[in-house]
Design a binder for this molecule. Structure first.
Ligand SMILES: Cc1cc2nc3c(=O)[nH]c(=O)nc-3n(C[C@H](O)[C@H](O)[C@H](O)COP(=O)(O)O)c2cc1C
Length: 230
């Protein structure tokens, strides 16, 4: 008897501090699921809970400084099924001071070899706009662990500068910049827009279609659009 066609399986390993990556990967998952791809999400959980917003200017400055020096953040063990075989692993998280975030760096140190060796990996970066150093560092780390990096998805916040940087800083420090009268006209919202989430879903559909058609090569998919990186 002919066996049923096996479902394609994608693992999304991710960290999200202020829900932006989380929103993107949920939209991406919904897109892939339209093509009947099985998506397994594994969120990295810091051992000591991180509070968002940080709440103070000093605390925010301190976090920016230590993350600049690539401070690792201890995380709980990840589920055993993360080490199974997948058609694709998506590694998603925010940029922290031009680097991958502390929990993702810890994941590399602890599980990188076992998780990524000989696997197809697609990084997804959520950032306010400065992702290139993060991307270069991440690609180097993945290659060192033996992964095959198949493409890159970056979503940056659509606000213009300098309001974007000021807005992110104020948000982290516990203020509500979009509600301040002097600022609101220039800064509508922290993070990614609905339009960007729809774009993430569209990216998910593109990937789902490619995966079910048997394509392992996602290099040619265009994730660099005016919506994802305005
Ligand atoms: C400590 C810290 C440092 C950050 N540094 C950068 C940076 O260097 N470049 C950038 O574009 N965004 C930076 N950001 C902004 C985040 O990358 C951005 O808000 C992202 O969308 C957050 O995703 P998340 O909610 O999934 O954590 C930083 C945020 C934090 C908390």
């Amino acid at each position: 008897m002919a066996s049923a066609v096996e479902k394609k399986k994608v693992l999304i390993t991710f960290f999200s501090f202020s829900s932006q990556t989380n929103n993107l990967i949920l939209a991406l998952s919904r897109g892939m699921e339209k093509y009947n791809v099985e998506v397994i999400r594994e969120r990295l959980i810091p051992v000591n809970q991180l509070r968002f917003p940080i709440g103070t200017i000093q605390g925010t400055l301190r976090m920016m400084l230590v993350t600049f020096f690539r401070k690792r953040i201890p995380i709980e063990p990840i589920a055993n099924h993360c080490f199974d075989d997948y058609d694709l692993i998506i590694l998603a998280g925010p940029t922290w001071s031009y680097n991958p975030s502390g929990p993702i760096l810890k994941l590399f140190d602890r599980d990188g070899e076992r998780l990524f060796r000989n696997k197809l990996v697609l990084p997804l970066i959520s950032c306010r706009g400065y992702w290139r150093l993060h991307w270069w560092g991440l690609k180097r780390l993945l290659c060192k662990k033996g992964a095959k990096v198949v493409n890159l998805i970056v979503f940056s916040h659509p606000n213009p500068e300098p309001w974007r940087t000021i807005g992110v800083f104020l948000k982290l420090a516990g203020r509500i910049p979009e509600k301040k009268s002097w600022f609101a006209g220039k800064y509508r919202k922290y993070g990614h827009t609905k339009k960007q989430l729809q774009e993430a879903k569209r990216f998910g559909k593109m990937m789902g279609k490619e995966l079910v058609q048997g394509g392992k090569n996602l290099h040619h998919l265009n994730f660099d659009t005016g919506i994802s990186r305005p």
